[in-house]
Design a protein around this ligand. Structure first.
Ligand code: NAD
Ligand code: ISE
Length: 341
């Protein structure tokens, strides 16, 4: 069966997902697209081997009977309305992170999915599909390094677009680290503190970098660094320190060159390069799940909600300088027995 997909938002990641669905992955076809940028939408639609239908709005695309499943890749504040509309239409929806930009909006999505009675939403936390992160989780789960005591997470971007605000270092960037740590440790974060070192001269008005500290339910400590103007490349690092050992992501350079008394290796240019294969696996597993009649797999609305609540607490901690508690609503049964991916 070929899953027919409609894509809302054809910017950077929307186009990248369309490319992989069309030229790399199996079992799906992009049949419809929409974006508030009408010129870009038409260009993207016409570039496909079988040109996609262009819709004027996301709502119109979701209502299209030829669209079996929806990808939401528009700006974060627009996600809620499209995910809710997909749920009300009973269509599986893959939503890029963040699921939505506020706790309340994520909660409304959870309520609608619970009402639908089955999982239909998958959130684009692609690190869970990265081979290195998966290997790291296997080590943690095996117990070989003992109980996790600390996690160090480094999230470095060479630069960010002009519209990027200081809160986005938390809501748009570190939100990946929040999900990764929850998934790696299998527990929730319960408090947030944010420290602000001297600003990088490359960040303009941005408070960059940030150093965040979180406590987990079991009492482990997590520190997350965001540096979003680091210039030298896109660098993602992680380490779990356990009672009996540690596990860390290895350097992501495919080869190291030794020459003239130095060792050097490539640092990825951006998220597309660093997580290329992770996005492939993520979307293929989603397509396969939809084709098999399962509405979703992997990161759920609950995961999107929990990451958003941590983001909200960290934003408050950034503004107040205080330690802020993270308080989650009760977890609906729908999400209780999720695949531990
Ligand atoms: P982008 O600005 O390149 O593209 C966003 C597109 O959405 C633009 O073309 C814009 O015109 C369109 N848009 C805005 N409002 C819309 C609306 N109401 N309806 C339809 N289209 C609308 O941004 P991007 O980098 O592609 O990011 C898009 C989303 O993907 C964001 O939520 C971002 O956080 C997420 N993202 C995730 C990853 C990841 O690693 N998983 C990487 C990049 C971006
Ligand atoms: C971007 O939206 C992503 O999701 C990337 O993975 C992240 O590294 C970057 O900071 C975000 O802006």
């Amino acid at each position: 069966m070929t899953v027919t997909i409609g894509v809302i938002g054809v910017g950077m990641i929307g186009q990248d997902h369309i490319r992989r669905l069309t030229h790399v992955l199996a079992g799906s076809r992009v049949v419809a697209v929409t974006d508030v940028d009408a010129v870009r939408t038409k260009e993207v639609a016409d570039s496909l081997p079988v040109p996609a239908r262009v819709h004027a709005t996301g709502e119109e695309l979701i209502a299209d009977p030829d669209v079996q499943a929806v990808i939401v890749a528009s700006w974060g504040p627009t996600h809620e309305e499209y995910v809710l509309a997909s749920l009300w239409a009973g269509k599986p929806v893959f939503c890029e992170k963040p699921l939505a930009t506020t706790e309340e909006a994520c909660s409304r999505i959870i309520d609608a999915e619970v009402e639908a009675g089955r999982r239909l939403v998958q959130v684009g936390f692609m690190r869970r599909y990265d081979a290195a992160y998966r290997a790291m989780k296997r080590v943690v789960d095996s117990g070989d390094i003992g109980s996790p005591l600390m996690v160090h997470s480094r999230h470095r971007n060479p630069s960010v677009p002009e519209h990027y605000t200081r809160e986005m270092a938390i809501t748009d960037t570190a939100v990946h680290d929040f999900d990764t740590v929850r998934w790696l440790l299998g527990e929730e974060l319960v408090s947030a503190t944010v420290l602000t070192p001297r600003r990088s001269r490359h960040g303009g008005e941005l408070q960059d970098p940030l150093l965040m500290l979180f406590e987990t339910e079991s009492g482990a400590l997590v520190d997350v660094e965001t540096s979003v103007n680091i210039r030298y490349g896109y660098d993602i690092r992680g380490e779990v320190v356990g009672e009996d050992g540690t596990v860390a992501l290895a350097d992501s350079a495919p080869v190291l060159v030794r020459r003239g008394g130095t060792v050097s290796g490539r640092v990825p240019e951006d998220w597309r390069e660093r997580f290329l294969r992770a996005y492939d696996v993520e979307l293929q597993e989603w397509v396969d799940a939809v084709a098999a009649g399962r509405g979703a797999t992997g990161p759920s609305s609950w995961d999107g909600y929990a990451a958003a609540v941590v983001s909200d607490a960290a934003v408050e901690a950034l503004r107040s300088g205080a330690k802020v508690p993270v308080t989650l609503r009760d977890k609906p049964d729908l999400y209780a027995k999720e695949a531990e991916r």
